[in-house]
Design a protein around this ligand. Structure first.
Ligand code: UDP
Ligand code: MG
Length: 312
């Protein structure tokens, strides 16, 4: 199989028929073999029966029906796990992404990249609640994670199989795949893709996504820098807190000697004690973190490096 197209679907009944036919017409011209992996993410409408209808006519559609609504990231992961193509494509199932762009992505990928990400340059969503927050988020994510992309939110992407097969995603982390790939040393490109307004069905996200993305970004920033050396992070915090503790105690003693201030009545004494306790806590967290990452890597025989090629 050359290409697997992975599509998460949650309540998209009216989009399925055109989605499948558009993908077919876009890919038949490429002459490559392909499969469409449709993941029904616990839809409450007729998404599943619509998919089954399509499958009757076109056997290269594979349907994965999840038990309940798990969310877009788990749905994409389920698709990856059941895909067998050399190239993986992800796209939204609401026809906002244009299947006509798939051959362009594939060409770019084959010119020597591990991941090609779509950039919805003129995005057809509400400006104030969707486009503007997303622009700010893209700048922030690019800066924090040191992986420059214009559009982290675009699901339309192409990946080499190897990149995706080792990927583990939790929560809503699919939008960070390029950053994770970048840590692994993947070669990443971004190309402009078409974006269309949603015709049927409703968006599953709103402005409340902002807080969630910020928390995810914080976690990614931590993981990007410290996932194999947590003691460096928690240790620094521990040193800082310990240092502030020493200063507090010094001031208490200083005030006693110079001004005769009662030590036990001085709130700085309590502050110093607090800093010391926090310092010990941070250090312990660092040690526990170090034990955790050893368990994580060694129990699964995971490597802390990624080999591109070996020349013997
Ligand atoms: N989706 C999903 N599970 C969810 C939410 C969304 O599988 O819990 C799918 C949805 O059906 C669509 C894609 O993820 O195919 C993107 O969702 P949506 O169009 O609502 O996001 P937006 O384009 O508004 O960011
Ligand atoms: Mg959409």
């Amino acid at each position: 199989m050359d290409i697997s197209i992975v599509i998460p679907l949650y309540n998209e009944e009216k989009n399925i028929a055109s989605l499948c036919s558009e993908i077919r017409s876009a890919l038949s011209a490429t002459g490559k073999t392909y499969e469409i992996i449709c993941v029904d993410d616990g839809s409450e409408d007729n998404t599943l029966s619509e998919l089954k209808k399509q499958k009757k006519d076109f056997p290269n559609i594979k349907i994965i029906s999840l038990n309940r609504n798990f969310g877009q990231t788990p749905a994409i992961m389920a698709g990856f796990h059941h895909a067998s193509g050399e190239i993986m494509i992800t796209m939204d199932g609401d026809l906002q992404n244009d299947p006509e762009d798939i051959p362009k992505l594939i060409n770019e990928l084959e010119s020597g990249f591990d991941l090609v990400s779509g950039w919805r340059k003129s995005r057809k969503d509400g400006f104030l609640l969707r486009v503007l927050p997303s622009r700010i988020a893209n700048k922030l994510i690019s800066w924090v994670l040191k992986t420059r992309l214009h559009d982290y939110g675009c699901t339309l992407k192409a990946y080499k199989k190897d990149l995706v097969k080792n990927l583990r995603l939790y929560g809503e982390m699919h939008r960070f795949i390029p950053a994770i790939a970048n840590w692994h040393g993947a070669r990443i490109a971004e190309i402009e893709v078409n974006h269309r307004p949603r015709k049927f069905g409703k968006t599953k996200y709103g402005i409340n996504r902002v807080g969630k993305v910020l928390l995810d970004l914080l976690l990614m920033a931590f993981l990007s820098e410290y996932s194999t050396k947590p003691i460096r992070f928690f240790g620094s915090m521990s040193f800082l807190s310990g240092f502030l503790g020493i200063i507090s105690f010094a001031v208490v003693v200083f005030m006693k000697i110079i001004e005769g201030t009662d030590m036990t009545g001085n709130p700085l004494l309590i502050l110093g004690t607090l800093f010391f306790l926090v310092s010990v806590q941070f250090l312990s967290m660092g040690f526990i973190g170090e034990i955790n990452i050893r368990t994580y890597y060694e129990s699964q025989d995971k490597k802390t490096y990624h080999i591109r090629e070996i020349f013997e």
